[in-house]
Structure formats: structure tokens, C-alpha cells
Design a protein around this ligand. Structure first.
Ligand SMILES: [Zn+2]
Length: 109
């Protein structure tokens, strides 16, 4: 009998606490939603808080993609290594590989 009474009291207290914390819980949920939104905007940076490094997200989102002429990887134009002839590479390694390729092919065949 006594045990049941304590259990009911405990449930009532728990409910009261939950009721009191409801606005707070809602605030936390909203905060988590904002954080998730910010992570999605920043490109899903793992773990890090996106406010720490702001590299102009507006420019990044509307940026043109360039294709690497050597390996075919797509990357934003700001990260691409572009030549005067309009050819773009993802890295200097690919640029060097592309420069060596015609010579290597000639000597191989
Ligand atoms: Zn490449």
C-alpha cells in the first residue's frame, strides 16, 4: 500500500518536473535544430562549430564547379588549379601528371 503511494507520488513529481521543464526542452530542441541547420549550410563539417571558420558560405554555395582534366574530379573553381588555356586541375600533382602523360604515352607506344 505504502509502496504504491510512493510510486504515485514519484510519478506525480516526475510529471510536474517534466511540465516545468517543457519550455526549456522546447528551447533545447530549437537550438539543436538551428545547429543542424547551420551544419547543413556549412557543408556538414564534422564536430566543429561552424561559427569558428566562416569562409563566405554564400560564395561557396553559388560557386561554379570545375572538372579536373587529369582525373575527372569535380571541385569548386576557387580550389581548382587553372591554366591560361582554360584547362583546370584539382591539384598540382594532377597538373604535373597531365603534363607528363603525352610524353609517357609517346614513349610507351
Ligand atoms: Zn585531378
Amino acid at each position: 500500500m505504502k509502496y504504491l503511494f510512493v510510486l504515485a507520488l514519484f510519478a506525480a513529481v516526475a510529471f510536474l518536473v517534466y511540465w516545468r521543464l517543457r519550455p526549456y526542452i522546447r528551447g533545447v530542441r530549437q537550438f539543436l535544430g538551428v545547429v543542424r541547420e547551420m551544419r547543413r549550410v556549412s557543408g556538414g563539417a564534422p564536430g566543429g562549430f561552424p561559427q569558428q571558420r566562416q569562409t563566405s558560405p554564400k560564395k561557396a554555395s553559388g560557386e561554379k564547379l570545375q572538372r579536373c582534366a587529369a582525373c575527372g574530379t569535380w571541385m569548386p573553381a576557387s580550389r581548382a588549379v587553372s591554366l591560361r588555356g582554360g584547362t583546370t586541375y584539382c591539384s598540382h600533382a594532377c597538373l604535373e601528371r597531365a603534363a607528363d602523360a603525352p610524353r609517357a604515352r609517346k614513349s610507351a607506344s
